[in-house]
Design a protein around this ligand. Structure first.
Ligand SMILES: [Zn+2]
Ligand SMILES: [Zn+2]
Length: 753
């Protein structure tokens, strides 16, 4: 062993050297399009500009980066970049808390988070990073809004929307959890308000049928598939058309095809397209208005308190039994979407509870013979039908920190879309939100404008687009070289880059991204049919999708309140980036919740320390052997019996096995298993040396050569998982410092001049 040489593992020095080298050789730069090869767009999630990178980000990006590096190491052309999701409520609240403009707050956040992510060594193409609050970017949201509006997929409705008094904003259905606001947990009210909707219902059934193709492709993991099924909320059953003899007809659905005769009542969603016909009676209308204006608390999950409005009307029963009273209830939406359903108390616990409330309710509303008794009503034969919980949702927010909608209101022409040439509609940057109301609506120089049709006075829409809407398109612009970003929308769409990189080969995101991915799949289909994404025949933006679960600590969700927040900066400071990355990969399969425990970091750190120190000392020994003329590597002493040949053969087989298994693991993003296989290979290498030394006093040239070759394989397999130390090891084993990154075993990477 070389005396005086310090072999200890110093991650901070190693990582600084490697990061500098990657920067110098532009290792993460997106390759130009148009050359032969496989082009893989690996899409990480777009972080909110929330202030800090948290351990959940570290998990997400460690998996995505391992996959991106693995694909580069195999010689593929990789696009790995993201934009900051900078608009929206969290950023606005962060700015209010600090008393600064939201634009300043998100810029500071993005700078800080970029520094944290760079220290972790993630190989994002930073040249392509963007902020969703940049006008060059949000003009795309405005463009998308206009495209979808023209196609009838964005529409303005005087609809019933969920409203949070505390946050002073409408909420999407998905933002309402058990009748409460997802953010502040206060009760949500259903109110009537003019609002803009996205018509996802136009493509829900195609999203459903294409899901089977996703599943068959094997590139969507079970959590991602489950999330799509959950958002879709498919319910299979039958529908019957009922008419009451007075010309009123209603299609009524039930999942209980075999229990039609046990139906006791009909429930209609207040969002049902024909609701007005069923609420024609003045008293009923008044109650519906009351429900819409928030006079009735929304508690749609609890059958004991969910609002029930008797329409006073009935429809004939399927089996010819007693007529079925028709009731309006928002409880339908969360179970079946904006539809009408049979209440079947014998089959459904919710219906059973509602049935218990019925006698009292009907006695109150139908006393005095006001009830309409049907005569000559008809019941059609049942036919198979499907309902989806996924429903059109509001994309308007009464908030100032968001993409302005390209709409003006003219006294003559009503709501008028702006011509695309007038984009972007700029968001004033001097707004200071206070947390209530919408300061944008109070800004005259923003609001007052002219109508593009008549030139007369008009007012701008002051609702902004929900950040969720920005996300529908913002996974696309990273496909375009940054220098082309400012070009006209038509020019950007005409670039070959979109065709080259789309669909994205793999999304790697948290399991809470199901709604984003679902709606991105919807909008891709819309843009396929409208034209700009016509080259995506199946309308699917993502060929593959991996959803990982979250990180908790001490068995609980992390919170400042509980004092169990894991700080990635402190971990990096203590152990280095490679250890932190390896630990989050090692500690759990992506599809499992990672219960953080410092022992994972200790284990990963011990492993990397051993790999480093073992390799350094063996390299020194090999150097001494060569210097002492102990034979050129590979040449055994003439005539001596080769007692370790079978050990070398065995080691070679272990290496081959490790390469085979780790390749499979990386292809399937089973990163946790990949780490274990690499750790096992290291144990085999140590074992080989021990056994060889048990037979001979010191390693011969061939044994040394075998050992170093195995260490080189180890460095290659470790490359995507702990990239800094792996590349340093690869170089120490005699590979070119200026060359391309650690290639995957069996792959020879061309060095691009
Ligand atoms: Zn709220
Ligand atoms: Zn006009």
């Amino acid at each position: 062993m070389g005396s005086g040489v310090d072999n200890s593992y110093r991650p901070h020095a190693i990582e600084a050297r490697r990061q500098q080298a990657w920067h110098a050789r532009e290792a993460a730069r997106t390759p130009p399009i148009g050359e032969p090869g496989s082009y893989l767009y690996i899409k990480p999630s777009a972080p909110f500009t929330s202030g800090n990178v948290h351990i959940g980000h570290v998990r997400s990006y460690s998996i995505g980066d391992a996959y991106a590096r693995f694909q580069r190491a195999r010689g593929n052309k990789v696009l790995f970049a993201f934009g900051f999701d900078a608009f929206g409520l969290p950023a606005e609240l962060g700015a209010i808390e600090r008393g600064i403009a939201p634009s300043d707050w998100v810029r500071r956040c993005a700078e800080h988070m970029t520094g944290q992510l760079q220290r972790l060594g993630f190989s994002f193409d930073w040249e392509r990073t963007f902020m969703s609050s940049d006008p060059i970017m949000y003009r795309w949201s405005q463009w998308l809004f206009l495209e979808l509006l023209e196609a009838g997929l964005v529409y303005r409705g005087t609809g019933n929307v969920d409203w949070c008094d505390t946050c002073q904003t409408t909420l999407a259905t998905i933002q309402v959890e058990d009748g409460r606001c997802w953010r502040c947990h206060n009760p949500v009210r259903l109110i009537e308000r003019p609002t803009w909707y996205l018509r996802v219902s136009a493509y829900t059934s195609e999203n459903d049928t294409r899901l089977a193709e996703r599943e068959a492709s094997d590139k969507w993991d079970e959590v991602a598939l489950a999330s799509q099924r959950f958002v879709l909320g498919r319910v299979d059953g039958v529908e019957l058309e009922l008419s009451d003899g007075d010309g009123a007809r209603l299609k009524v659905f039930t999942p209980h095809a075999d229990a039609l005769e046990q139906a006791r009542f009909v429930l209609i969603s207040p969002k049902h397209p024909q609701i007005d016909a069923w609420a024609a009676d003045a008293a009923v209308r008044e109650r519906l208005e009351e429900l819409r204006s928030g006079g009735l608390e929304r508690s749609s999950r609890d059958a004991r308190t969910v609002a029930l409005i008797d329409t006073g009307r009935s429809l004939p029963a399927a089996g010819g039994g007693a007529p079925l009273p028709v009731l309006i209830s928002p409880g339908v939406d969360g179970r079946f979407g904006a539809t009408a359903v049979f209440g079947v108390p014998e089959r459904d616990r919710t219906d059973e509870v509602i049935a218990e409330r019925l006698p009292t309710l009907l006695a109150a509303s139908r006393a005095g013979g006001a009830a309409h008794v049907p005569s000559g009503g008809e019941v059609s034969a049942p036919r198979p039908a499907v309902r989806y919980k996924a429903d059109d949702f509001s994309i308007s927010r009464q908030r100032s920190w968001g993409t302005p909608m390209p709409i003006v209101y003219c006294q003559t022409h009503g709501a008028v879309p702006l011509p695309k040439e007038q984009l972007p509609v700029l968001l004033p940057l001097d707004i200071r939100p206070t947390g209530t109301g919408n300061p944008l609506a109070e800004l005259d120089e923003f609001v007052q404008t002219t109508c593009p049709l008549c030139g007369g006075p008009a007012e701008r829409e002051t609702d902004t687009l929900d950040g969720h809407f920005d996300a529908l398109w913002l996974w696309v612009p990273v496909c375009v070289p940054p220098e082309a970003r400012a070009d006209s929308l038509e020019e950007v769409l005409a670039l070959g880059d979109l065709r080259q990189w789309l669909p994205s080969e793999r999304v790697v995101a948290g399991s809470d991204s199901g709604n984003f991915v679902f709606d991105q799949r919807i909008v891709t289909k819309a843009l396929r049919d409208i034209g700009p994404l016509a080259f995506l025949a199946d309308g699917e933006p993502f060929a593959g999708c991996l959803f990982h679960e979250m990180v908790i600590s001490d068995g609980r969700k992390m919170s400042k309140h509980l004092g169990n927040v894991v700080d990635p900066d402190a971990l990096v400071e203590q152990y280095g980036a490679d250890t932190v990355r390896l630990a989050v990969l090692y500690a759990a399969r992506p599809q499992k919740t990672l219960n953080w425990n410092d022992s994972a970091a200790l284990r990963a750190h011990r492993f990397l320390t051993q790999v480093w120190e073992f390799s350094q000392s063996r390299l020194a020994t090999a150097g001494e052997l060569a210097a002492a003329g102990a034979g050129a590597p590979g040449a055994e002493d003439e005539g001596a019996r080769d007692t370790t040949e079978h050990l070398r053969l065995k080691l070679r087989q272990w290496c081959e096995k490790a390469v085979e298994k780790t390749t499979q693991d990386m292809q399937a993003l089973e990163t946790h298993s990949a780490v274990r296989n690499v750790m096992r290979l290291f144990d085999r290498i140590k074992d080989f040396e021990k056994r060889a030394l048990a037979r001979e006093q010191q390693l011969g040239g061939a044994d040394c050569e075998a050992l170093l070759a195995a260490l080189a394989t180890l460095a290659q397999l470790l490359g995507p998982l702990a990239p800094h130390v792996a590349e340093e090891l690869w170089i120490a084993l005699g590979h070119d410092e200026d060359g391309a990154q650690t290639p995957w075993p069996g792959v020879s990477l061309e060095v691009v001049a």
